[in-house]
Design a binder for this molecule. Structure first.
Ligand code: PGA
Length: 247
């Protein structure tokens, strides 16, 4: 049996209690048996996700985590706290965290490790900027980013790792990567994972995924799902992506 495609919504810095309630209800109503969906919401709405999605098959998680377990780190949220709360997955190393908040490869690796150790699924994002692509550095950048995570990866991390290839230029631009670009980078990442003994990890594609291109992108070899930003804020659109994943 072919494993269901994993469709993860990244709500980023969006939402309100009222808005979320409507979206959660619509997702619950539209989720079909066999779908594997999850939403990564802002921290204050984790409690709402926990309550609203209880009894549904839709997973939920966070968009960031502290690399530290505890201590004097004002404003941080630890992996154990997220796990305590019932979070299933955490996005780690999103390009916005890397570029706007200075997260380097080593930080991302420590965060991924913390998430896995707490029993959750780290969704580690890798991807090149437009200038890196134009310089022909795509392969080098994504392999360097993934290598940092694999370097001292524990068995837990190897077992639970999900990698999302998100070319930075495709995020929020309305311009998704081409099938060929995705095929090429996913094959590279798959090879790198297998070489490190990580067999069967899910590889997601992210960057301007919407209902109209999801079918094509999800059909590419080695694409096991999608990380969806903007289109995940519209429940109908997100469910249409889930439907494309079924087809
Ligand atoms: P996008 O964002 O779908 O809006 O391009 C994807 C992401 O940043 O995870």
């Amino acid at each position: 049996m072919v494993a269901a495609k994993y469709i993860v919504g990244n709500w980023k810095l969006h939402g309100s209690v009222q808005e979320n309630a409507v979206r959660f209800a619509a997702l619950k109503a539209g989720c079909q048996p066999g779908d594997t969906l999850a939403v990564c919401v802002p921290f204050p709405y984790l409690a709402q996700a926990q309550q609203a999605l209880q009894g549904s098959a839709i997973g939920w998680g966070a968009q960031n985590v502290s690399e530290h377990a505890k201590g004097a780190f004002t404003g941080e949220v630890s992996a154990a706290m997220l796990a305590d709360f019932g979070c299933g997955c955490v996005i780690v190393g999103h390009s916005e965290r890397r570029s706007l908040y200075g997260e380097d490869d080593a930080t991302v690796a420590r965060k991924a490790q913390a998430v896995a150790e707490a029993g959750m699924m780290p969704i580690v994002c890798v991807g090149e900027t437009l200038s890196e692509r134009e310089c022909g550095d795509t392969a080098q950048v994504v392999t360097r980013q993934l290598a940092a995570v694999l370097a001292d990866a524990s068995e837990e991390l190897k077992r639970g790792l999900v990698v999302a290839y998100e070319p930075v230029w495709a995020i929020g631009s309305g311009r998704a990567a081409s099938e060929e670009d995705v095929r090429e980078v996913h094959a590279l990442l798959r090879g790198q994972l297998e070489q490190a003994g990580v067999i069967g990890a899910r590889l997601l594609y992210g960057g301007s995924v919407k209902a109209s291109n999801a079918g094509t992108l999800l059909n590419v070899v080695n694409v096991d799902g999608a990380l969806v930003g903007g289109a995940s804020l519209d429940a109908e659109e997100f469910l249409a992506i889930a439907q494309a994943a079924r087809a």
